[in-house]
Design a protein around this ligand. Structure first.
Ligand code: ADP
Ligand code: 5GP
Length: 216
């Protein structure tokens, strides 16, 4: 603090930030970013994202609407907007979702308005969604960064879903069936990250989000 070199560096940094901002404005590019995180249920997406958001509170996590019932501890408007099938169908018919899909007998969708407003304001918005929805987003937002989280093995995936202790045996079976199909599609994504050792996966996720932003 206070040294001439520090002052020079700080000036140079501020100048560079202005240049980047001018470039973005003059090229008409929206500085907002859409980041899509996909991977089989139970792989650890939610846990990874929670940790990423602790490191980077400036990232915005989109809150989806779902017809699924809340799990213990889940809060309406925080984890999801928990709505009825009738409300969901109405939102679909009024084109209020960026994407939506059916998953394990329930419907899930990303509300359009809040995401569009955040992107327009230059925010970086993260969607945590399943495969069908990620494919739809690829059509409507081809510039989105799309990341797939893989388990170290199917056995480990099953043990994480069971260990979470939140799903019935039926729901677990449906999730595992779906997981196999999802894992087969991992190569459709820009980046694949294996969530084996948690902190390693978290570091890779962080690097991917921020490196892709600098390069892309
Ligand atoms: P998802 O959001 O993909 O459905 P969760 O984040 O709910 O998955 O994680 C499922 C379970 O796996 C949770 O109990 C979580 O604590 C655990 N888990 C997450 N990442 C790891 C990891 N790297 N190693 C072991 N367990 C993990
Ligand atoms: P869960 O019931 O475990 O919370 O979520 C089941 C699956 O639905 C997960 O793979 C999760 O990523 C996905 N999901 C959550 N919200 C959305 C959404 O808005 N759209 C889509 N397509 N999938 C979602």
């Amino acid at each position: 603090m206070g040294s001439p070199i520090a002052a020079e560096l700080s000036n140079a940094l501020s100048h560079t930030e202005h240049l980047i901002s001018d470039l973005q404005t003059s090229s008409g590019r929206n500085p907002g970013r859409l980041i899509v995180l996909t991977g089989p249920s139970g792989v650890g997406k939610g846990t990874l994202l929670k940790a990423l958001l602790q490191r980077h509170p400036e990232l915005k996590l989109s809150i989806s609407a779902t017809t699924r019932s809340p799990r213990t501890g889940e809060v309406d408007g925080v984890n999801y907007y928990f709505i009825t099938r009738q409300q969901f169908d109405l939102m679909v018919s009024e084109n209020e979702f960026i994407e939506w899909a059916e998953f394990a007998n329930n419907c899930y969708g990303t509300p359009k308005r809040s995401v569009e407003e955040q992107l327009a304001a230059g925010e970086w918005v993260v969607l945590e969604i399943e495969l069908e929805g990620a494919r739809q987003v690829r059509q409507s937002f081809p510039e989105a960064i799309r990341i797939f989280i893989l388990p170290p093995s199917i056995q480990e995936l099953e043990s994480r879903i069971r260990g979470r202790g939140q799903d019935s045996d039926d729901a677990i079976d449906r999730r595992l069936q779906r997981a196999k199909a999802e894992i087969d599609a991992a190569n459709e994504f820009d980046v694949q990250i294996i969530n084996d050792e948690f902190n390693e996966a978290l570091d890779r996720l962080e690097q991917t989000v921020f490196l892709a932003t600098v390069v892309g």
